[in-house]
Design a protein around this ligand. Sequence first.
Ligand code: 6PG
Length: 242
Amino acid sequence: MVPEVEVKIAESSKKLAKSAAKAMVRLIQNAGTHRFDVALSGGSTPYRLFRRLARKHKESIDWHRVHFWWGDERCVDPDSAESNYKMAYESLLSELDIPDENIHRVRGEADPEGEAARYGNEISEMLNSRDDWPVFDLVLLGLGEDGHTASIFPDRMDLLTSDQVCAVAVHPQSGQKRITLTGRVINNANTIYFLVSGEGKAERISEIMNNDEKAFSLPAYHILPVSGKLTWFLDEDASEMI
Ligand code: 6PG
């Protein structure tokens, strides 16, 4: 099955967040009364999306149907400024009427190898599966200036085809340990949204969108849903070199 790929370019990061929020809400609404499993991305880009959802879409969805997971997490305490959970909780989750059991936090404070195994098992036990891999309804992803996504960095291209659901990765510059979904889980999702903002990502976006051979060594280039839909939400700065 040929994966469906769409590119949406917004004038600004604010309008990118508005467009992504509208698409995400429509996706969740179209799921009807079924449970919806979404893996959140980290870093700074998704903050605007989370704030938009909290401010404008609190009543648009029965959030009790939505289960929140993370595509990756830093191996830090949940109250650390580095924590992807902390950012998502403070900007969005704390403002929604959702049960605690719908929030599936990666325990960044735990032993990394043990937590990668535990989180992977929790995902496998709770999500539907297709071709023996868990299926997220939506995976949100960002793009690093080095072409990483989630916490799959260019020095760990093997994580794209790992037989594990989650793995431990190490940030190449900071040495910070991370827990990340692996490539086959990400690509097994029904829908993937890349949220990419800023001129710092423009060169990578150009390489990826133009199938430049430099892209082959970028983890983000290998994110393509097996049978789902991929939408790139870009702002004008990130897309200026396409
Ligand atoms: C993380 C992310 C990471 C992020 C990119 C882009 O934990 O940092 O999951 O993959 O999406 O590094 O980060 P920015 O949105 O901050 O540019």
